[in-house]
Design a protein around this ligand. Structure first.
Ligand SMILES: CCCCC/C=C\C/C=C\C/C=C\C/C=C\C/C=C\C=C\C(=O)SCCNC(=O)CCNC(=O)[C@H](O)C(C)(C)COP(=O)(O)OP(=O)(O)OC[C@H]1O[C@@H](n2cnc3c(N)ncnc32)[C@H](O)[C@@H]1OP(=O)(O)O
Ligand SMILES: Cc1cc2nc3c(=O)[nH]c(=O)nc-3n(C[C@H](O)[C@H](O)[C@H](O)COP(=O)(O)OP(=O)(O)OC[C@H]3O[C@@H](n4cnc5c(N)ncnc54)[C@H](O)[C@@H]3O)c2cc1C
Length: 660
């Protein structure tokens, strides 16, 4: 029985076409759908017991699933793209994520042709397992502060990898603790007693025969992390080197080369390319944000349609909680954000692929913008998603706190995204540096790409919003101009403040909070703009574009309302115009309401992937919650183990004293 069928009938757009719009293309939809079903129908990938397993059992279970996934990839001859989807739907962080997601990309981006030829076939056949060992106990954000050393020995033509201090221990790399045979290790290059910056080195950690650590290497897991199950399926590790020797050709040498004689040769490639793997991964994290947020929103939306509280008249049904305006005002902006992040990630991927192609042709001019966009959007979307998942838990009331809602584990797995691949504040400060530089160069350099609007800064500083009515806000030009003006005005104001400091670095440190706000406003402008640009494309299907338009305005006007202080303080909006935007937002929520279930169905998530009783496709929540409770190991017996030993004596004592 489909308890949500009435809801599904209310929608006025073609859900199948929306699924394609969400996926990006019909091919992508079919591919993803095939992999989702393959995983959902395979009992090896069951995951409901995960939060109850102890650490060793949990990790072993993950290894079993990863081995089964690899077998499927080989047996079914899946492409790399299909394998990516398969791993996503298995939905369990594993050492293989870092192998495919960072180790291989690091070699691809920073290795020479010879190095790629040697290492990539081994890695792609999984004859070696790699991780990305950058962060140390003492330093994560400050990459140039890493302490591990790689000292060149001209006599033997080798590097000596060493961990000189406790704080130089590698700490956090996923897959390092128990599984990796190799790592790309980031270390200070020392040649002839001189420091030559941080570089990547391929280091073998464990024997390929018996998996024991090689001489001079101390390696292990760093211990339990937040939440049950969740990211504890990953063996984040600690690693120390005691004068471990590796051949010279295991330094990744696309950026700098060390010759046999100990000479450093710089290629034309900028040294920032050493950070290139992070640019790649940050871009994928933006896509992951839309997946995680859409999962949480799907659960909260379906459950909000099932759940009823108050408002019964004449013995009729109570009100569905999704009909409360307060519920809508918390839920629908998150629904709109999931779509907004999906489309901005699509754009970011194309930006990244373009930059990658240019880098391969030794054209580096667009790297700074790629860095700013990936860093800023990673920060913006992961912060909003982590907060959004927690909001979805609250939107589900008490039942959202049950592990069977799927939300606690999703939250626990997701929140480190605000920290890994760059702490979100540190990343916004990078965006701020890029923006300040752009403003300072306005006199002699035309801003391009996502900062092109800065080229119109004079008019953006003068023009104020012309919106007169709530309907006036349903105009892409009016909305985009509002976001451009706010971002430009905040950036210019900050640059003026910075100019008052004799020492720019001192000013940057003092004004850091304002600078982060400038960066956030710039990144929000990018997301809003890319959503409107998406709507310019041909999007087939009855009512699909119209529904997306509504979501686009919800996203933009929700941000405008949330940050109205900025819009008012910069003088672009009057309080009246801000309140008209809010009135329009309320109207938009009413337009979303009948389509809400169809909009989350369009993510096309299987019940397996959602992993949530509250978010079940059929809405059959209460019987299934009730059933699941009885499956808890505590309910194996009526009288709990330990009762006779620890509780009964207390009860007896009470009875005894009661007699007295
Ligand atoms: C319910 C269950 C659900 C289950 C869910 C299932 C599955 C989920 C599975 C997986 C989750 C999804 C994805 C997981 C992905 C990853 C997680 C796992 C791994 C994580 C890995 C890591 O974290 S790796 C370590 C990452 N570390 C960092 O990011 C460090 C951050 N620091 C830096 O990036 C930099 O050092 C810096 C940016 C802070 C630089 O600081 P600064 O002192 O200014 O530096 P420099 O002098 O070094 O550089 C300055 C110039 O360089 C430019 N620049 C800096 N970075 C870059 C770059 N990346 N690219 C290009 N250019 C860069 C900078 O702009 C300066 O340029 P100018 O000189 O021109 O101004
Ligand atoms: C689950 C998980 C998986 C990870 N996987 C890997 C991996 O595979 N490989 C790997 O190498 N690393 C990995 N990491 C490490 C991760 O990349 C770092 O933790 C991250 O880059 C943050 O660095 P940090 O821990 O040094 O934080 P810190 O920099 O110490 O941050 C602490 C606080 O200081 C603030 N702060 C720091 N610098 C500044 C500044 N300049 N201005 C203002 N505020 C500042 C931050 O905002 C934060 O609030 C992982 C981490 C986690 C949690």
């Amino acid at each position: 029985m489909d308890y949500l069928s009435d809801e599904r009938k209310k929608s006025d757009f073609d859900v199948e076409a929306m699924k394609v719009a969400w996926a990006g293309s019909i091919q992508e939809f079919q591919l993803s759908d095939r992999m989702a079903k393959l995983v959902a129908n395979d009992p090896v990938f069951e995951k409901f017991t995960r939060p109850m397993l102890g650490r060793k059992e949990l990790l072993k279970n993950t290894l079993r699933k990863s081995a089964h996934a690899w077998k499927l990839i080989i047996d079914l001859r899946l492409s790399e793209e299909e394998a990516k989807w398969l791993r996503l739907y298995v939905d369990e962080p594993a050492y293989t994520d870092l192998h495919w997601g960072m180790f291989i990309p690091a070699i691809e981006g920073q290795g020479t042709e010879e190095q790629k030829k040697k290492w990539l076939p081994l890695a792609k056949k999984m004859q070696i397992i790699g991780c990305y060992a950058q962060t140390e106990l003492g330093h994560g954000s400050n990459v140039q502060g890493l302490e591990t050393t790689a000292t060149f020995d001209t006599r033997t033509d080798e590097f000596i990898m060493h961990s000189p201090t406790l704080t130089s221990s590698k700490w956090w790399p996923g897959g390092l603790g128990k599984l990796s045979t190799h790592a790309v290790v980031y270390a200070r290059l020392i040649v002839g007693g001189q420091f030559h910056g941080v570089h990547g080195f391929i280091v073998q950690l464990r024997s390929l025969e018996d998996h024991s650590p090689l001489p001079g290497i101390t390696v292990g897991d760093i211990g339990l992390k937040f939440g049950n199950g969740a990211y504890n399926t990953m063996d984040n590790g600690v690693l120390r080197f005691d004068h471990v020797r590796i051949p010279r050709n295991q330094m990744l040498m696309r950026v700098s080369q060390v010759t046999k004689e100990g000479k450093i040769m710089q290629s034309d490639v900028p040294r920032q390319l050493i950070y290139g793997t992070m640019v790649y991964v940050r871009q994928t994290i933006v896509a992951d944000a839309s997946k995680a947020l859409s999962r949480a929103v799907c659960i909260a939306t379906r459950y909000s349609a099932v759940r009823r509280q108050f408002g019964s008249r004449d013995g009729g049904p109570e009100t569905q909680v999704i009909d409360y305006k307060t519920q809508q005002s918390r839920l629908f902006p998150l629904l709109a954000s999931a779509y907004a992040f999906r489309f901005v990630s699509e754009w970011l991927k194309s930006l990244y692929l373009d930059v990658k192609q240019r880098l391969e042709a030794n054209e580096f001019s667009t790297l700074p913008e790629a860095h700013a966009c990936t860093a800023g959007l990673k920060s913006l979307t992961t912060t909003a998603t982590a907060d959004g998942i927690e909001e979805c838990r609250k939107l589900c009331g008490g039942h959202g706190y049950l592990v069977s809602s799927g939300l606690p584990e999703l939250f626990a797995v997701y929140i480190p995204a605000c920290t890994y691949e760059g702490d979100n504040v540190v990343l916004m400060l990078q965006v701020a540096r890029f923006l300040v530089k752009t403003v300072s160069e306005l006199g002699h350099k035309k801003p391009v790409g996502t900062t092109a609007y800065m080229g119109r800064v004079a008019s953006l500083m003068q023009k104020n919003s012309a919106v007169q009515t709530a309907e006036g806000w349903l105009n892409p030009g009016a909305v985009v101009e509002a976001f451009e003006s706010r971002a430009a005005r905040m950036a210019v104001r900050c640059a003026q403040e910075l100019a008052k400091f004799g020492n720019p670095e001192e000013g940057f440190a003092e004004l850091a909070v304002d600078l982060v706000e400038v960066a956030v406003s710039h990144c929000q402008l990018i997301v809003v703009t890319k959503f409107f640009e998406k709507l310019q494309q041909d999007i087939p299907g009855k009512g699909v574009k119209e529904s997306l338009e509504v979501l686009c305005y919800v996203y933009a006007l929700f941000l405008l309302h949330k940050h109205q202080g900025d819009f008012l303080a910069t003088g672009y909006l009057t309080p009246k115009q801000a309140s008209l935007a809010n009135a329009q937002l309320r109207t938009l929520y009413s337009k979303v309401r009948p389509n809400a279930i169809a909009l989350v169905d369009s993510f096309s998530y299987t019940d397996h992937y959602l992993g949530s009783i509250l978010g079940r496709y059929d809405g059959n929540v209460y019987p299934k919650l009730y059933e699941a409770a009885w499956e808890d190991p505590l309910n194996d017996s009526d009288v709990i183990d330990g009762f006779h030993q620890y509780v009964q004596p207390i009860l007896k004592q009470r009875l005894h004293s009661a007699k007295l």
